[in-house]
Ligand binder design. Structure first.
Ligand code: C6P
Length: 410
């Protein structure tokens, strides 16, 4: 994979910001979109736009065919046993809430346990807090090692026969740690619990095979994997999806409606009430085609190589605290750090003046920030279109920030 060639597929990267060539290092927040995806969206709206599963006119059939084909592409991408196990949602947040609301809220009771890690994104934390509140179930947190990793021994100690759900991010959006989901799923299953995986930061960056990992549910977002905003995926094992209640009731998801009761369609349609995210799903199908063409293993190797290079280059800078796995240890394609006591927003503002886009803040992981003893961090995240030159630009920008805030760093 040649990231310099890949960059040509992303028109947005070819611009200057604040008088400097744009260096986009915020793909963990949202990725940029290749021309192939933009063109498919344009073509859809110019030629095929229509509602799906309703009219029998030609445009309606074309839109329905394209929408269902996108489902097949996504199913193949994660090696789901069937397309019916792929539900289009608005994103990871909605997918996780649907599991919590439509499955866990109805199945769990007082005395049951939900096991999480303290580094979860709020989207994989607050829905479980809500489930615990209404069912009387208990939240249990796995201990995190200093570098943000989990040990399987701790997982074995924490998961008990009372555990009904283990819900974890595959890759942390703050620390870049990659959790051993396959091994954790085996421990969860041995205890009779379900494995729910937040794949927001893994599915875009590495091959994810739901059958190999043997996960019960997987949630991810289209916009972080070259697809449009507003579309995401909920994958589930058939038996759990069949047991799960819809979250949204209305048009399209029904079988028979009577005055006092109604019945639902089969999966996946019972979960897609109302006009679904048609263009979004078709755009996500195009994104999956694009990523498959580049090769997910190539992308994974590329992102990890850039993170390793960034760790090396950042170690040249004094006054920088880098969080997560130590140099030489496996990490996903991102680095999170602070410059002395300077607020992350201030560092980010100086970087922006040099055309460098990073994310600053608590990254929707406030409990983790508290564990790290900070209120915010700066995060640079990499994707297939980033190059070593982008990392060099980041280091240059951080040197400028150091100079600018020398008085605060001391
Ligand atoms: N993290 C980040 O900058 P949505 O917003 O529904 O597409 O994804 C939510 C989400 C869930 N889990 C993880 C691990 C995530 O990283 C995210 C999104 C972005 O880190 C925006 S807060």
């Amino acid at each position: 994979m040649n990231s310099i060639e890949v960059r040509q597929d992303f028109p947005i990267l070819n611009q200057e910001v604040n008088g400097h060539p744009l260096v986009y290092l915020d793909s963990a927040a949202t990725s940029q979109k290749p021309r192939a995806v933009i063109e498919v969206l344009k073509r859809y709206y110019e030629a095929d736009n229509s509602n799906v599963h309703r009219g029998v006119h030609t445009l309606g059939s074309r839109a329905t065919e394209a929408y269902e084909l996108a489902r097949e592409k996504v199913a193949r991408f994660i090696n789901a046993p069937s397309p019916e196990q792929v539900i289009f949602t608005r994103g990871t947040t909605e997918s996780l809430n649907m599991i919590a609301y439509g499955y866990a809220r109805l199945q769990l009771k007082a005395g049951d346990e939900i096991v999480l890690s303290p580094s979860e994104h709020h989207s994989n934390l607050i829905p479980w807090q809500q489930v615990a509140k209404v069912t009387g179930a208990t939240l249990k947190y796995l201990p995190l090692q200093e570098d943000g990793t989990l040990t399987l021994e701790d997982v074995r100690q924490t998961v008990t026969p009372a555990t009904k759900i283990v819900a974890l991010a595959h890759v942390s959006n703050v620390l870049g740690t990659i959790h051993p989901i396959k091994e954790i799923a085996a421990i969860a299953h041995a205890a009779g619990a379900l494995m729910v995986v937040d794949g927001a930061q893994s599915v875009p960056h590495m091959p994810v095979d739901v059958r190999d990992l043997d996960v019960d549910f997987l949630a991810f977002s289209g916009h972080k994997m070259c697809g449009p905003t507003g579309v995401g995926v909920l994958y589930g094992k058939r038996k759990w999806l069949e047991a799960m209640e819809p979250t949204y009731f209305g048009g399209e998801m029904i079988d028979i409606v009577e005055l006092y009761d109604s019945t639902w369609k089969d999966i996946p349609w019972k979960f897609e009430g109302g006009t679904p995210i048609i263009a979004g799903a078709i755009g996500l199908g195009a994104a999956v085609d694009y990523l498959t063409k580049v090769g997910m293993e190539n992308i994974q190797n590329h992102d990890m190589r850039l993170a390793t290079y960034a760790m090396e280059r950042l170690s040249e800078l004094s006054d920088l605290t880098v969080y997560g796995p130590k140099p030489g240890k496996t990490r996903g394609g991102l680095v999170t750090f602070n410059l002395g006591q300077v607020h992350a927003h201030d560092v980010s503002t100086v970087l922006d003046a040099e055309g460098i886009a990073v994310r600053a803040g608590h990254h929707c992981a406030q409990p983790l920030m508290r564990m790290l003893g900070v209120i915010s961090t700066v995060r640079a995240s990499f994707y297939l279109y980033n190059t070593e030159a982008d990392v060099d630009a980041l280091v240059h920008g951080l040197l400028s920030a150091k100079e600018f805030f020398q008085h605060a760093i001391g």
